[in-house]
Ligand binder design. Structure first.
Ligand code: ZN
Length: 577
């Protein structure tokens, strides 16, 4: 069988190569994009269609223990969207908490080929690896959480940065993670005492360290190790009215840190719709006084280039909120009096998640302003390369709403239609209605594939269509003229790819899943000098025996779960001094 394929007459949007709508052919051989293919190659004519690299999602909760707890606590979610088996696919459920196979099918149907689970408690990584065996059609990356972990705290308190870096390295090797996530640094640990931590310089319970120290130390450790993805950050005070000030103060606290190999962006701020809540003038930090802080954060971003973001766009309708930020989830439960799960993760508490189902209502004055936060940011940021699309699935809505979000960003007409249905607070407390900006297809290709691939450090093979890239390709039945004629065409086109190719294999044809290969799992393989590694492993083993319920020797995810899919990325070596 020929392993060569030629996609012909593609209208290509490939921002990493500055290609903006040129008509070209794309030759594919053995899963890669190549210079040319033999005459005998199979051919597919894509005249008139839009072609981009496969979509890359930088922040989506699609694996792990809190997701499975949410699935168990929300049977009504499954009943709302049963999915029948086909000759090619298995049955399952969809809605806000799709089952594993359905998650892969639905991403693939939207033209996405790489997804990132951003909140893996290291002790639960095995759960993720078991589950991802049932998640086909996409490549995967995972980010272990390290911001509320006693061993992290100990290295931070001792100001032992090489030790912390070596510990991060050991965690990444043990879990198969790509990078490091910090959620509410110190605050989730404080939740074990029924508390939270609100200020950057407040000491956390039991320790002589502060959120600022945890955040800056982990950021430095990531840069020392030269990990492909900078620190992935969920700030303190998430979801609190007025928190845009805390978020900016935290970003400011990292500004002095030098990026590995001169890289400018040293932190990725996740789901800004929850991090950039402003306050009306003279107001109090209460929901009745909420104002969009999206413009304030965009102005800060336009003046400071050390960070990137994803949107976490509110999409209206049902969602299931779930974060490793236990105290935030409790405060949301107090607002909603809906169902609530509080998930401490074993006694070592490397994460303490919460789960609360939530429905965003466009008629609600606060939900309408929350919608405006990330929208306002996206319409005012100058550099789209630092802005990735997300809904923080399923927190602000399921990932299947991405096409709707793109229609809001690409069409003022579409925004105006929705604004007329929203509570008038959105006009009084944000500038979204005044903005004429409309994202182009080129900008969409940046925010949905090129930028997230670069931010994740996967740009050698992902997010573009150059020679040497993985043949991950999305084809949409969308012409530039369609966009203004009918914004709902945008939704239809991005919901149902004409063709999706993963590693050279056609996985979706005309919106239907055509095959179900398993993707790869991208991990980091940080290098630490032998003497430093030996010292730190000895210290970690000793702390496990004192503090942890889990035994050291039983912690790492066994190779048998990983060997078939894991693709480690090499990084430079770190020494003691
Ligand atoms: Zn998240």
């Amino acid at each position: 069988m020929s392993r060569s394929l030629l996609l012909q007459n593609c209208r290509v949007y490939d921002p990493l190569h500055h290609i903006d709508g040129e008509i070209m052919d794309i030759p594919i051989r053995d899963g890669k994009i190549v210079d040319s293919v033999p005459e005998s190659a199979s051919r597919i004519d894509l005249s008139g269609l839009t072609v981009m690299a496969g979509g890359v999602d930088i922040h989506t909760h699609i694996l792990g223990s809190k997701l499975n707890t949410a699935r168990a606590m929300c049977p009504e979610d499954h009943r709302a969207d049963p999915v029948a088996a086909t000759k090619k696919t298995r049955s399952g459920v969809g809605f806000t908490l799709p089952s594993s196979f359905v998650t892969g099918y639905r991403y693939s149907t939207m033209g996405y080929t790489t997804v990132t689970e951003p909140a893996v408690p290291p002790v639960k990584a095995l759960d993720c690896w078991e589950e991802l065996h049932d998640l086909t059609n996409v490549d995967i990356a995972m980010l272990p959480m390290l911001g509320n972990n006693m061993i992290t705290f100990d290295f931070v308190q001792q100001e032992d940065l090489p030790g912390l870096a070596a510990y991060v390295s050991w965690i990444l090797h043990s879990t198969g993670g790509l990078g490091v996530k910090v959620v509410n640094p110190g605050g989730t640990y404080a939740w074990a005492h029924g508390k939270n931590v609100r200020e950057l310089d407040t000491e956390i319970p039991d320790w002589r360290i502060t959120p600022r120290m945890i955040l800056t130390s982990l950021c430095q450790a990531v840069e020392m190790l030269g990990l492909p993805h900078p620190l992935h950050f969920h700030p303190n005070n998430l979801g609190k009215v007025g928190n845009v000030e805390t978020t900016i103060a935290q970003l400011e606290s990292l500004k002095h840190i030098r990026g590995h190999n001169g890289r400018k962006h040293i932190v990725h701020l996740a789901h800004i719709s929850f991090d950039a809540l402003g306050m009306v003038e003279g107001g109090r930090p209460e929901w009745k006084d909420v104002h969009s802080g999206g413009l304030q954060l965009a102005e800060y971003a336009n003046a400071n280039d050390h960070f990137t973001v994803d949107l976490g766009q509110i999409t209206f309708g049902p969602a299931t909120t779930m974060t490793g930020d236990g105290p935030f989830q409790f405060s949301l439960y107090e607002l909603t009096h809906s169902k609530w799960a509080n998930m401490t993760v074993d006694v070592e508490l490397p994460g303490g998640a919460g789960i609360v189902p939530y429905t965003y209502d466009p008629k609600s004055p606060t939900n309408a302003v929350q919608w405006a936060v990330s929208m306002e940011y996206a319409l005012n940021i100058r550099d789209i390369w630092r802005c990735a699309l997300s809904t923080d699935h399923p927190n602000a809505g399921p990932f299947t709403k991405y096409p709707l979000v793109l229609s809001w960003l690409m069409s003022k007409r579409q925004r105006d239609r929705w604004l007329t249905e929203m509570h008038p607070s959105v006009g009084q407390r944000s500038t979204v209605a005044e903005s004429d900006r409309e994202w182009s297809l080129y900008e969409v290709a940046i925010a949905t594939r090129a930028a997230p691939a670069v931010i994740l450090g996967l740009q050698a093979t992902k997010g573009h269509l150059g020679v040497g890239a993985d043949a991950d390709i999305a084809v949409y039945d969308l012409r530039p003229d369609d966009i203004q004629r009918d914004p709902d065409r945008i939704v239809r086109a991005f919901s149902s790819a004409h063709l999706t190719v993963l590693g050279g294999r056609v996985v979706v044809k005309r919106g239907e899943v055509a095959s179900t290969p398993h993707g790869r799992v991208w991990s980091s393989s940080p290098q630490v000098e032998e003497s430093l590694h030996r010292r730190v492993v000895g210290e970690v083993r000793e702390r496990f025996s004192r503090w942890y319920a889990h035994s050291f020797d039983n912690y790492a995810v066994p190779v048998r779960y990983r060997a078939a899919f894991e693709t480690p990325m090499a990084t430079p070596s770190v020494a003691e001094s």
